[in-house]
Design a binder for this molecule. Sequence first.
Ligand SMILES: Cc1cc2nc3c(=O)[nH]c(=O)nc-3n(C[C@H](O)[C@H](O)[C@H](O)COP(=O)(O)OP(=O)(O)OC[C@H]3O[C@@H](n4cnc5c(N)ncnc54)[C@H](O)[C@@H]3O)c2cc1C
Length: 605
Amino acid sequence: MVSSVENVAGKAYDYVVIGGGTAGLTAASRLVEYFPDRSVLILEAGESNLDDPKILLGGQFGSTFGDPKYDWIFTTKPQKHHYDKVMTWNRGKGLGGSSGMNFYVWTKPPKESIDAFEELGNPGWNWKSYQELTMRAEDFTEATEDQLKELVHTYKAEYRGRGGPIKTTVPATAVSLTKGFLDSLQNMGVRLLDDPYGGDITGCWQAAVSLNREAQWTRSYAATAYYLPNKDKPNFTVLTEANVARILLDGEESSGGVIATGVEFTHGGKTYSVKVNKEVVVSAGTIKSPQVLELSGIGRRDVLETAGIPVKVELPGVGENVQDHTLCAISYELDPKTGPKTFDVLRNPKLAEEQAKLQKAGADNLYRYGISAYSFLPIQTMNPNGAPEIIEGVSKLVEEQIKSGKLPPGLAEQYKIQLRTLKDAHVPDLEVIDVNCFMSHRSAPEDGKAYITILAVLQNPFSRGTIHIKSKDPLEQPDIDPALFENPYDLELLKESVKYTKRMAETEPFKSLVTKEVDPGKENSTDDEIREYLRNYAHTCWHAIASNSMLPRDKNGVVDPNLKVYGTKNVRVADLSVLPLHIASHTQSAAYYVGEKVADILKSA
Ligand SMILES: Cc1cc2nc3c(=O)[nH]c(=O)nc-3n(C[C@H](O)[C@H](O)[C@H](O)COP(=O)(O)OP(=O)(O)OC[C@H]3O[C@@H](n4cnc5c(N)ncnc54)[C@H](O)[C@@H]3O)c2cc1C
C-alpha cells in the first residue's frame, strides 16, 4: 500500500523499483506475486492520483496536460528544423505514469518490428515473446450485440489475451465517421484486416482500447490493473512523491561490476535513502531513466564530468539513440447534417456535465468512447509513383553515412534494418488514425462545431536524438534534443502521409462527411507547402524510446538482453528506454511487455 516516508526511509528492500509508471508497476506487481517472501518497494515521484475522474473517464484527451499533478511537462531544446521552436513532451506523473494520461489506444506492432530487437543482438526478444507476454497482460472483451448492429467488428480469439490484468475492449465510436474513414481507405484499395493483433498490421482496421467495460468503461491502466489488486500484499510497499536522485553504487567495475547498495531520493524537500538487498529496477521512463543513471555516475564521461559527477561506469550509450514518432494532424470540419457527437462536445462545460450524468446513470455517453480506426501503410501504397525515388534517396544518404564510418556505434546495424523495412512493400512505414474531434496544432476549434482529425504518423524515424542531464540537480529536467527532421527523409515520408490523407478526404464516403479542411488547409497542398507546414506544426506522438538501448555494449548498448546495465551487478532498466529501434505501433503494449519480461528474467535469475 502507499506508505509514509517515516515507514520507508532507512529500511532495506529486496527489490527497489524506481518509477511507478506503466512498466514499473507491471514489474513490481509481478515480483510481489512471484516472490511472496521478498520485499518490493516502488519509489514514485508523482502522487498516487487514484480514483481520479480526470484519469479514469475516457474521452478527455489531453485534459491532464500542463497540470504538474499529472504531467512532467518536459520541454525540448529549440529544434533547428522546426524554426528553433521548443516542443512540449507531456509525460504521466503519478501511479500508472503515462498509462494514466495516454489515449488508451491498444495496438501491437508488426512482427518485423519486434524481431528486429533479436536481430540487433538480443536473444529471446522477438514477436513470439511479445505476443505471449502482451496476451498475458490482456483481458479482452468482445463488442456487444448493440455495437455489432451498428458496426461489424471482427477478431481472432487466438490473438487476444484473456484473464490478464489490463482490460481491453471494442470502444463505442461515432459510427458514421469510423465507417466513413475505413470505407474510404478500402475504396482506395487498402485491405481491411480481420484482426491486427497477430503480427500483420498492414491495411486498415479497428483496434481495441484499454477501457474496463465492467467498471463503467473506465480506464484500465497500470495502477488499476497491476497495483490495486496487489496493494495490500505484505511484501509490497509504495512511496509516492519520492523523487529518486541516484542509485548508491559500491565497488569498481573492474572487480566484476559495481553493486547497488541503496537508492537516494527526495521527499518533501528532504533527502532520504533506502537500502537494497537484491536488485534495483529503473523504470522512470525514456526521459528520466537516463537521468537517474547519469546522476548515479553511469553514462558518457564528458556528460558526467561536465556535471561534476564521478564516473562509476563509462557507458557512452546512455541518453543516446533517442527515437520518437512525429505526427501531423489534418483536421476537418464536419457537416452538421451528419450529426454524430464527437469528443468536441466535452469542451463545453454544460454539455460535458450532461455526458457526466449519463455516465453516472450507466448510459451511452462520450466518456466511454475511444479512438478505434487505423491504417498502417508502406510508402509504396501511399505513393506508388514517388516511392522509388524516396527509397533511393534515403538509401543513398544512409549508405554514405555508413561508409563514412562516422555514425555512432550500432547505428549502421539499425539503419540496415530500417532500409530493409522501407524497401519492403508489405511492412508499414506510416500510420493514419481517425480521431473524432479537433486535434490539430495551428488553429483553434470553434465553439459549437464538430470536427474529425486524421493523425498522420511517421513510424520508423531515421533521426536520432539525445537526452542528458544539465547538472547534478535531480530536480532539474534533462536536456531533451529529439533532433526533429535531422534526417530530411523523415520529413519527406511524413509529407507523403499528409498527401495521402488529403486524397483519402477527397474519396467517398469520407468526402461527403466533411465540409472544410481546417489544417493544414487547401492552401497547403503542394509538396513545398506541406513541407513548410510540417516544419512549423509537426508534433510529437509521445512515443520516445531508446535512451538506454538494449544493444551489445560495443554498439552503444546500455543494457544487455537481461536488461542488466553493463558494468553493474544488480541494476536493471525496464521501461521504453530499452527498446533499441522504433516499432510501428502505439507504445503502451510494449511497456507492459517490458514490465512482464523483467519480472520473468528476475524469476529465472
Ligand atoms: C499523452 C500521451 C498519449 C499516449 N497515447 C498512447 C495510446 O493511446 N496508446 C499507446 O499504446 N501508447 C500511448 N502513449 C505511450 C505510452 O503510454 C507510453 O509509451 C508508456 O506508457 C511508457 O511507459 P514507461 O513505463 O516507459 O514510462 P511511464 O509510464 O511514463 O513511467 C515512468 C514513471 O516514472 C516516474 N518517474 C520519473 N522520474 C522519476 C524519478 N526520478 N523518481 C521516481 N519516479 C520517477 C514517473 O512519474 C512515471 O510514473 C501515450 C503517451 C503519452 C504521454
